[in-house]
Design a protein. Structure first.
Length: 385
């Protein structure tokens, strides 16, 4: 498919970039003995699962629908977790899961009998974490995420096969991870030795440039051997980072104290984490609409950068992607490529303002671009009634 045949906005997933992250994950599996599951809460775009399943062991979910998607579209080992299971969900959850994880001892006591035929786990909250935002901190005060009281955990140990501990969020600091895991061991060591497996969750950014992968692998292997458990990891962002862009078109330009450009997409609808965490996009490139999608436009030598505030098209005043320098002043019709648009985007997109939902396209390993889904008016209507 040629670039001109693709109407913006659309997410463009680059399989070659995705594979680079997956190769790091495969190397970590080999060195550490850990099993690695894709966290569907971050990235669940199943048209690229054909590539991902070759490098990973399966999926982990945060809801019944994610669980069913993982079983039906990915395969491999399928872990089921929910902050709170409903009793009416249990039959379907058990039918699709290889392991089921309860968030609290009370949920396990009330609903665990439904899952007696498969391994059951419990989420632990060590009350320490690496998280840059209070909103995403599982160890924040009054957190509902997991059990921290040893007596409560002890009361259900006869029903447990494993634990899940998720207390890292985009943690790129191995020393910090090492210290946190040491605190987990200090607090829960007697319990760890009594189960078969421990999931250490996600948020370990082992695909970040310069991350000491071998040191991480050695630490995970030592943890596994010391406590006699199979270790699982549940990465999301580490696997999806820098593997997709949001392709947009400039619709209008204005000047109100600074240059403004309005595009045919929106942070509120298509990259909501930018608003939630008050971030700006990792970068935006002015691109040529030519046979190679995403070819940057470079500035002539000595040319002054044209700084522009790139804005979304919803009526929300703060719908802004960020301020960037471009090789020239933007004009309506320019194509822009918003970087790092894989994690927590397609799983969170919404129909606010009825703004057109971005299509989803994949750049295959041979460079060919394939349109896998386009959304239209009827999808909007169906979402509301």
């Amino acid at each position: 498919m040629t670039p001109t045949a693709l109407q913006t906005p659309y997410y463009l997933i680059d399989k070659a970039a995705l594979r680079r992250n997956l190769e790091q994950a495969a190397r970590l599996r080999e060195l550490s003995g850990a099993r690695i599951l894709l966290a569907l809460k971050c990235f669940a775009t199943w048209p690229v699962f054909d590539l991902m399943r070759d490098y990973l062991d399966g999926t982990t979910s945060s809801s019944l629908f994610e669980l069913q998607l993982g079983r039906q579209k990915f395969g491999g080992e399928t872990h089921a977790y929910s902050v709170a299971w409903s009793e009416h969900e249990m039959a379907d959850a058990v039918a699709h899961a290889d392991k089921i994880i309860f968030n609290s001892a009370s949920q396990l006591q009330r609903l665990g009998h439904h899952a007696a035929a498969i391994p059951r786990g419990l989420r632990l909250n060590p009350q320490v974490s690496a998280a840059g935002y209070d909103l995403a901190d599982p160890a924040r005060p009054f957190s509902r995420l997991g059990e921290w009281d040893l007596a409560r955990v002890e009361s259900v140990m006869d029903r447990l096969d494993g634990f899940m501990i998720h207390n890292n969020c985009e943690n790129r600091d191995f020393a910090r991870f090492d210290a946190l895991l040491g605190q987990v061991e200090e607090r829960f060591a007697p319990l760890l030795a009594r189960v078969d497996w421990v999931s250490l969750g996600g948020g370990i950014h082992f695909t970040a440039p310069g991350y000491p992968l071998q040191a991480l692998a050695a630490r995970l292997r030592a943890f596994s051997e010391r406590h006699g458990v199979q270790v699982y990891l549940e990465p999301g962002e580490a696997l999806a980072q820098h593997s997709a862009t949001l392709e947009v078109t400039v619709l209008d330009t204005l000047h109100n104290g600074k240059a403004l450009a309005v595009v045919d997409a929106a942070t509120e609808s298509h990259m909501p984490d930018l608003l939630i965490y008050r971030l700006q996009a990792a970068g935006i490139d002015l691109v040529r609409d030519e046979p190679v999608i995403g070819t940057p436009v470079t500035a002539p030598a000595g040319a002054a950068p044209q700084r522009t505030l790139v804005c979304g098209k919803t009526c929300l005043a703060g719908d802004v992607f960020g301020e960037y320098d471009f090789a020239r002043a933007l004009v309506p019709g320019d194509r822009l490529s918003v970087r790092d648009a894989a994690g927590y985007t397609m799983v969170k997109k919404n129909w606010f303002n009825g703004v057109a939902m971005p299509a989803i396209a994949v750049r295959e390993l041979d460079g060919q671009v394939r349109l896998v889904r386009r959304f239209g008016y009827q999808d909007y209507v169906d979402s509301l009634g």
